[in-house]
Each structure stands twice: as structure tokens, then as C-alpha cells.
Design a protein around this ligand. Sequence first.
Ligand code: PEP
Length: 255
Amino acid sequence: MRKPIVAGNWKMHKNIPEAIELANGIKRGVLDLHNLDIVLCPPFTALSAVYDIIADSNIQLGAQDVYWQEQGAFTGEISVGMLKDVGCRFVIVGHSERRQYFFETNETVNRKIKSVLRANIIPILCVGETLPQREENKTLEIIKEQVFGGLKDIPAAEAEKIVIAYEPVWAIGTGRNATPVQAEEVQKYIRNLLSEMYNTSIAEAVRIQYGGSVKADNIEELINQPNIDGALVGGASLKEDSFTQIIKVCAKGEN
Ligand code: PEP
């Protein structure tokens, strides 16, 4: 049985006072939930302040990106060591916005994943097709390239710890989520790819989130799919009520 994982990607939103308020609100709302992983991914500037609020709670800290070098003359970048310093246990890698606006490739994503695993942080590897790719029936081909590319040369023992987020690009921030059938089809395919790359027990252990316009009113039908183990949530994670409701639904028996 895989433990569900719900992560909130705050993107470039929330200054420090706003981040503190939101983290406090979510903390209050999910106080009693312990059978799932809850992760907040604020912007870099608010990581430390959010950590102070959630340090002794059932909520864990995640970052939205990282650079693969340990240190050096890389202006503007943040290393895994720096993320550890502020209490991060997770980091999102290869989000479609990073691929689209900052030209990340499967190769740079792979370098990042390796450095994150070396530091004992859990990467959330994002994969997903664009609308033209889906319309040209290239979804599975793109997903295969992203999964194989992102996990290249990563040994089985490490691969098991990774979280994968299937995020169709056309569903991110658009209000148009993938249907449960569409998401399940791709997520089952991702699990089969893991089986091919590693073995069935690794494939069964890896948690695969769905992301793309997840809301309080569509999470239930998504999380009920056998290969959807949680959600990576953007817009709806910026509001205490909606994010708390999503978490409660994913915690299943506890809400
Ligand atoms: C995301 O940023 O990963 C995301 C899924 O955003 P949204 O929930 O707003 O579509």
C-alpha cells in the first residue's frame, strides 16, 4: 500500500508574512492527519519562515527547484546543501514551467535528480505532455522520454524513493483537469515503464501524483484511481480551505 502524498506548489506567490499565515492555516486544518505525506513548497525566500512553523508538525518542507552543483560561481542558483540547511525534505524537479520558460531538458533534470538523491532529499520528478503532443498522439512517447531521461543511471535502490508527478501541461493552471481515465492511463503506463527499467516491486513502490487543475471538487475521483497516489497542487494550494480539503480527501479514512 503506497502512502499518499499531497504537495502544494506555491510557485512565485506569497511574501514572508503571507506564507506564514497560509502555513499556519494549513497546519491547523490538517492537524490530525497522519496517514499521508503533506508537503509545502513555498518560494525560496519563504522556506525558512515556513519551516519554523511546520518543523514539529505532520507537514514537510519542499523546494520548487535546485541546481546540481554543490557550490561555486553559479549566480542565482541554490544547491541541495542549501535546501537541507533550511529543512527541505523534498524538491520539485523538472516542472513544466521550468522546462518551458527556463529551458530545462531531460538531461539537466537527470543531473538535478542525481544531486538531490545524493543529499538524501526526495525529488518530485514532473513529467507531462503539451496539448499539441497529446493531439498528435505522442503522449506516451513523450512520457517515456521524460521518465527514462530523468531517471537515467539511477540505481533501483534510489529510484524507489522518488516521487513522480504526472502533470499534463495543458491542465496546469487552466482549470481543465485530465479526466480520471486520462490520468490513470498515463500513470499506469509510467508504472509499467518503471517495471521495465527496474522491476515490479520498485514500480509498485514508487508514488505517482497527478497534477493539473486539482481542486477540492475533482480530487476524489482522481485519487480513487489505482495508480494515482496523491496530487501536486498549484492554484488550489494557495488557499487554506481548498488545500486542506484536498488533503483530507487524499487521507481517505481519516476525513
Ligand atoms: C502545478 O503547478 O504543478 C499545478 C499542477 O498547478 P495547478 O494546480 O494550478 O494546475
